[in-house]
Design a protein around this ligand. Structure first.
Ligand code: G6P
Length: 367
């Protein structure tokens, strides 16, 4: 069946708006809402015995992996090594017996990721894959297949595949924590309750589409943009920067808020918008103090936070984008939306080819 754009101008826009539906669809295969438990597919290896996880991916899928590293370590206390596939495959990584290697890919065909998968297989790792194309090479070669149900993604810049990857990875982290004895049944129910709230929270984030479109002209003229975040929202900052580069052709960097003082702060002036991802929560104050360092140097800040955060720290910002108040676990899914929409509307303002950006391919099947 051909895939239509419907009422949308671009596939990317359509795919951004599909997220509440496809994330719910994906979650429905990984949780049992009535029992409030996670439900992973049958595994014919000893997950509880896994001592280390190696995550390998490229592009947006790599940033999903970075978020998952925080989750696997926080919930399951399993150490995680993560790398981009093009580095991993040539650096002779240390792969111990009994390790689990996890590959994340929308297409399941990215050449570097596939080569890394085969390398891990040869070195005795159990292979788990999170892929969106169930007939792909990676899906076929996996010991454990964890499909995302995002449906076909046409826009070159990945959007809905990313949030669906996060949904699967959150469920996997909870499952791993359970088998490792790090999670009580009550904590499991709590995690499942937060995950169930994700689709509605994504909808609430999408409701800011028009505000974001209206502020795109503030970012469109910039040559450079800095994205800041902390903890699991640090990978989101990098994803935000990647999206701006991919479709808006603006040089952007995603930085860990606390690392800004070791370099990028030298770039701050009125011409470099700084987008701060700061959901209220344990790291909020820290991120806000980094934001004040930017402001003190004349930097123009766009603050993306929830009502509480914006009330506390929004004054004097160039703009604010208000997200629903969500549990920190699902914040990376929810904050993906404004990051995607901002890049999308900036690209539209600049008139670039949103669905087919120059020099990029949807699936990179050559090295
Ligand atoms: C290309 C695409 C990106 C994608 C990356 C990894 O660069 O343009 O959107 O994130 O490949 O692709 P994969 O299919 O492995 O997730």
């Amino acid at each position: 069946a051909s895939i239509e754009k419907g009422n949308y101008r671009h596939y990317m826009q359509k795919e951004i708006f599909e997220q509440p539906t496809v994330v719910a669809q994906t979650l429905s295969s990984y949780i049992r809402p009535l029992e409030q438990t996670v439900a992973l597919p049958q595994m014919d290896f000893d997950l509880a015995g896994v001592k280390r996880i190696t995550i390998v991916a490229c592009g947006t899928s790599y940033y999903a992996g970075m978020v998952a590293k925080y989750w696997f370590e926080t919930f399951a206390r399993v150490p995680v090594d993560i790398d981009v596939a093009s580095e991993f495959r040539y650096r002779d990584p240390v792969l111990e017996e009994g390790g689990l290697a996890l590959f994340i890919s929308q297409s399941g065909e990215t050449a570097d990721t596939l080569a890394a998968l085969r390398h891990c297989k040869e070195h005795g790792q159990t292979i788990a894959v999170v892929v969106n194309v169930p007939t792909s090479s990676m899906a076929r070669e996996a010991d454990l297949l964890l499909p995302t149900h995002a449906g076909p993604e046409i826009g070159v810049a990945s959007t809905k595949a990313f949030t669906c990857q996060l949904a699967v990875l959150a469920a996997l982290a909870a499952h791993l924590a359970l088998v490792k004895g790090k999670l009580s049944a009550e904590q499991e129910r709590e995690i499942v309750r937060h995950l169930i709230e994700a689709p509605a929270a994504l909808n609430a984030a999408l409701a800011h589409d028009e505000d974001i479109a209206a502020m795109a002209h503030l970012i469109a003229p910039a040559r450079d943009v800095l994205y800041l975040g902390r903890g699991p929202d640090y990978p989101l900052a990098m994803e935000g920067a990647l999206k701006l580069k991919e479709i808006s052709y603006i040089h952007a960097e995603g930085y860990a808020s606390g690392e800004m003082k070791h370099g990028p702060i030298a770039l701050i002036d009125e011409a470099v918008p700084v987008i701060v991802l700061a959901p209220s929560g344990p790291l909020f104050e820290k991120t806000v103090s980094n934001m004040q360092e930017v402001r003190a140097r004349g930097g123009k800040v766009v603050l993306i936070s929830d009502a509480e955060g914006i009330e506390e720290a929004g004054e004097g910002c160039l703009a604010t984008i208000e997200m629903p108040s969500v549990h920190p676990l699902i914040a990376p899914l929810v904050y993906a939306v404004p990051v995607q929409l901002l890049a999308y509307h900036v690209a539209c303002a600049k008139g670039t080819d949103v669905d087919q950006p120059r020099n990029l391919a949807k699936s990179v099947t050559v090295e």
